[in-house]
Design a protein around this ligand. Structure first.
Ligand code: LLP
Length: 434
């Protein structure tokens, strides 16, 4: 296998597909390399579908976030909280824990994954609009750093559970700021299932202050996901600031990424973080204020680090040219849930001009991964790559049609390591009890 130092010098992959990992390249035969590993050899050795992650991209993105906040924007109390839901894979969580990131968890299961991967409890933030008593107890017992309180019932529940502990909490606010994104992933609007409205937040704060075991550290908001403009984030900060002065401001995640070549350019990590820190500065939570600023990126830390490899099983032509692969909605539900667009390439013939529909193998017509793919004369047996599947693909995968879930393979310097194995048929019946 070629090493990344050999391949890094050869341009090509990014010109053809800017959504690919930074640590990707084309070799002299035009074959795609991810983290220095040949995509077709990976497919041959590990089978398809497979999630392939350029490990160095994860590390570089984590470092870029921290640097952008602490060094470039100069905020001494800036921390990056990885939203585990984007890629709840232990190897990725462990990598981010080692990089000093915090972790956002949205359930008892994600809390278990984060602790198991090595996050210290103090650096974990628990979210959720329907936290169970069991989840709240677990968070209190394990000593998570922050619980973001979503509703009045949760205040009562925590009051009953906290005992003689002192738990730091945030109030989750819905600031009535709507960014331009798909309805299913917009959360900041007034009529949202998440958080307290601006008119209720004051009462929530007052109620929490009455509970001896709850210490109000600050506010949290998350206005939506895959947002490509920065202005909604600035408005979010301005709205939160209207509620008073606090020690911790958790501004959520949500900045968008590049999925396809012909989409608006996403903000760079540096520009996004600078915009947040600047807005924070305008409202008394900037550098030198003593306030702690948290951001909770999920997608922007992992999406572009990952690709999915598939094998073409059949090609047929009717009104369209249907290229059917060995995965689909069981490994990437985003096109079906959000009309999310992806692009696809033949792994040794990137680019291409044959209009095709890249279809999955599942028993429904909606199982289309890329409606308008341009492929180079695809044939059965070809390896197909879809870039930018590192976020919310693995996380939302399923066993629909009894399809076993793909492995996750981390690639770095020409070495591939399987960090999650492929499911087996035995896994499909492993929970049956009779
Ligand atoms: N913080 C909170 C409280 C969140 O609810 C989320 C995402 C994030 C942070 C991270 O947002 P990100 O930086 O990844 O945009 N399944 C959907 C995305 C749902 C996002 C839910 N919350 C998708 O595949 O697009």
């Amino acid at each position: 296998m070629a090493t990344s130092t050999e391949t890094a010098a050869r341009p090509g992959a990014h010109e053809l597909a800017p959504a690919l990992p930074r640590d990707s390249a084309l070799d002299e035969r035009g074959r795609l390399q991810i983290g220095g590993c040949d995509a077709i050899e990976l497919a041959r050795e590990h089978g398809t579908p497979a999630y392939v992650v350029a490990e160095e991209d994860l590390r570089a993105l984590a470092r870029a976030y921290v640097r952008a906040g602490r060094e470039t924007a100069g905020h001494e109390h800036f921390d990056v909280v990885f939203a585990a839901k984007a890629f709840p894979c232990t190897a990725a969580l462990a990598l981010f824990a080692r990089e000093g990131l915090w972790c956002d968890v949205a359930s008892g299961g994600e809390l278990h994954l984060a602790l198991n991967a090595g996050f210290v409890p103090e650096r974990i933030v628990l979210h959720g609009n329907a936290k169970s008593l069991a989840e709240l107890s677990m968070a209190l017992e394990r000593g998570v750093g922050l619980i973001a309180i979503d509703n009045f019932d949760e205040i009562s529940r925590l009051q009953g559970l906290v005992g003689d502990r002192v738990q730091n909490v945030l109030v989750r606010v819905t600031p009535d700021v709507r960014g331009d994104t798909h309805d299913h992933i917009s959360t900041g609007q007034a009529d949202s299932k998440f958080g307290f409205g601006m008119d209720e937040a004051g009462e929530a704060i007052a109620r929490i202050e009455q509970v001896p075991g709850l210490r109000l550290a600050g506010l949290h908001a998350h206005i939506g996901s895959q947002l490509l403009e920065l202005d909604p984030f600035r408005r979010e900060v301005a709205e939160l600031a209207r509620l008073g002065s606090f020690e911790v401001w958790d501004l959520g995640g949500g900045v968008g990424v590049r999925y396809v070549s012909d989409q608006p350019e996403p903000p760079s990590t540096a520009a996004y973080v600078q915009a947040l820190v600047d807005a924070a500065g305008e409202h008394g939570m900037g550098p030198g204020s003593g306030a702690r600023l948290l951001v909770e990126p999920g997608r922007s830390l992992t999406a572009n680090a990952g690709v999915t490899l598939y094998t073409v099983e059949s090609v047929k032509q009717n009104v369209s040219r249907w290229v059917a692969v060995d995965g689909g909605m069981s490994d990437n539900l985003r096109p079906m849930l959000y009309d999310a667009r992806y692009e696809a390439h033949v792994a040794d013939r990137l680019g291409g001009s044959t209009p095709c529909v890249l279809a999955g193998k599942h028993c429904e017509s909606g199982d289309v991964i890329v409606r308008e793919a341009l492929l180079d004369d695809p044939r059965a047996g070809d390896v197909i790559v879809t870039p930018a599947t590192g976020a919310y693909g693995y996380a939302m995968s399923s066993n629909y049609n009894g399809v076993t879930r793909p492995p996750v393979i981390f690639c770095r310097d020409g070495h591939a390591r399987v960090v999650v194995r492929r499911e087996t048929f035995a896994d499909l019946t492993s929970r049956d009890v009779s």
